[in-house]
Design a protein around this ligand. Structure first.
Ligand SMILES: *[C@@H]1O[C@H](CO)[C@@H](O)[C@H](O)[C@H]1NC(C)=O
Ligand SMILES: *[C@@H]1O[C@H](CO)[C@@H](O)[C@H](O)[C@H]1NC(C)=O
Length: 394
């Protein structure tokens, strides 16, 4: 069981560490005219993606920007900023649905200041502009070709989504963390977008995810499996107990570290609050801390209060199991690390579930057989037969 545990931990760790922080893969669905674009990037905020091709011979590029407007009837925008980082100075393409014709349009804007977003010519040549809306998932796409202004391996780009359009003018976008982080340096040659401030944050999020999946998501369940099933076998006493305690204690230490990284991430983005995920996290920390300290208050096996302690210990343990797994799925929905990581975890937790069901059946067989032996032999020499049958108590 211990080797199974280390195997699983190893599996998950190796699976996660090979994932580069700024992945070049793209989860954005392939575009129907995808033969136009050699590469695709998931942009690090606002769930958007950029498909592109770069033609070094004449310094031209073709892009397709995909994002979902903040609300239906809103707008999406992708821009290059030849003069600096961020919004001021951006030469933007903005797409929205024209209210008079109902057709998607894309227009160019010279964003000279926050106050002034004027529809105008932009500072570099653009052609073949068009936009479309995917009514299935609500995303909008901007297609364009342009003459690359400046160094194609170091372009400042910025993207945005907004909630509404009034009289043909895009309305102000939100100023949440994701809206402020949506800028970076685009390398059309090597195919990367690194966002200046976001790199270390992505790393922190990955660490937060790994620590919590390993501890609450894998080690805690494994520790419960050890306690519930391994001790059915008299020869495993007291080994199961030490395995259980060391597994849960390491899970606790890793889990508290993961919890701490979560609090840090939360405090760094006060404008975005995931209250359910946060509250479940706090509850988990409290329950697990109580659980660790309860070990010190454990009455002796034959003490009259031991039954109550067992009920309490098992109850808190199962609550941690359920809340931990639930919160991991909430975390996957928040960080969206890519479908494959969620799938990998679903596979791991299903294998653990399968093992638990299998051992549950074995335990019943062993315990029932032991009981029928007992009925022919009134006294079998065990003086703690009571506690051996405990796995069936819950
Ligand atoms: C650059 O080359 C590509 C492919 O040869 C061509 O389709 C495109 O029109 C050219 N762009 C310009 C600005 O000449
Ligand atoms: C954009 O606006 C700024 C400030 O008004 C101006 O200096 C600049 O020439 C404009 N750019 C274009 C391409 O019109």
């Amino acid at each position: 069981m211990a080797s199974l545990r280390s195997l699983l931990v190893l599996f998950v760790l190796s699976a996660v560490t090979v994932s580069p922080a700024s992945s070049q893969t793209c989860s954005s669905p392939k575009l129907t005219n995808s033969n136009l674009y050699a590469a695709c990037l998931d942009l690090p905020s606002l769930s958007s993606a950029l498909h592109y091709s770069y033609d070094a011979a004449n310094k031209s590029a073709a892009v397709a920007f995909v994002a979902k407007p903040a609300q239906s009837g809103g707008w999406v925008s992708w821009a290059l900023n030849p003069t600096g980082m961020g919004m001021v100075g951006a030469q933007a393409l903005i797409a929205f649905k024209d209210s008079s014709t109902g057709a998607m349009t894309v227009k160019t804007y010279n964003v000279s200041s926050y106050a002034s977003v004027k529809q105008s010519k932009i500072s570099f040549e653009v052609w073949d502009m068009s936009a479309e809306e995917n009514s299935g998932d609500g995303t909008m796409r901007i297609y364009a070709k342009f003459k690359v202004p400046g160094d194609a391996s170091k372009l400042n780009h910025v993207w945005q989504v907004g909630p509404s359009v009034t009289d043909g003018m895009p309305d102000k976008h939100d100023f949440a963390q994701a809206n402020l982080a949506s800028k970076g340096t685009l390398d059309l040659v090597a195919g990367q977008s690194t966002s200046t401030a976001d790199g270390s944050r992505t790393k922190k999020k990955n660490i937060h995810g790994i620590l919590n999946v390993v501890s609450w998501g894998i080690m805690f369940p494994v520790g419960i499996i050890i306690a519930r099933y391994v001790r059915t076998f008299p020869s495993a006493d007291p080994v199961w107990f030490y395995l259980h305690v060391s597994c849960q204690f390491s899970a606790y230490v890793i889990g508290v570290a993961g919890w701490g990284t979560g609090l840090k991430l939360g405090s760094e983005s006060p404008s975005v609050v995931y209250s359910n995920h946060r509250n479940i996290g706090i509850a988990l920390f409290c329950l697990a801390t109580v659980q660790i300290f309860a070990l010190l208050l454990r009455p002796k096996k034959d003490h009259k209060y031991r039954t109550y302690w067992n009920i309490y210990h098992h109850g808190v343990g199962y609550a941690i199991l359920i809340l931990g797994i639930l919160n991991i799925f909430k975390g996957y929905d928040i960080l969206k690390p890519g479908e494959k990581w969620k799938t990998a975890y679903i596979i791991v937790i299903s294998i653990l579930g399968g093992i638990a069901v299998f051992l549950e059946a074995i335990t019943w067989i062993v315990v029932l057989r032991r009981r029928s032996n007992k009925s022919t032999k009134p006294y079998d020499g065990y003086n703690n037969g009571q506690s051996r049958q405990e796995p069936l108590a819950l």
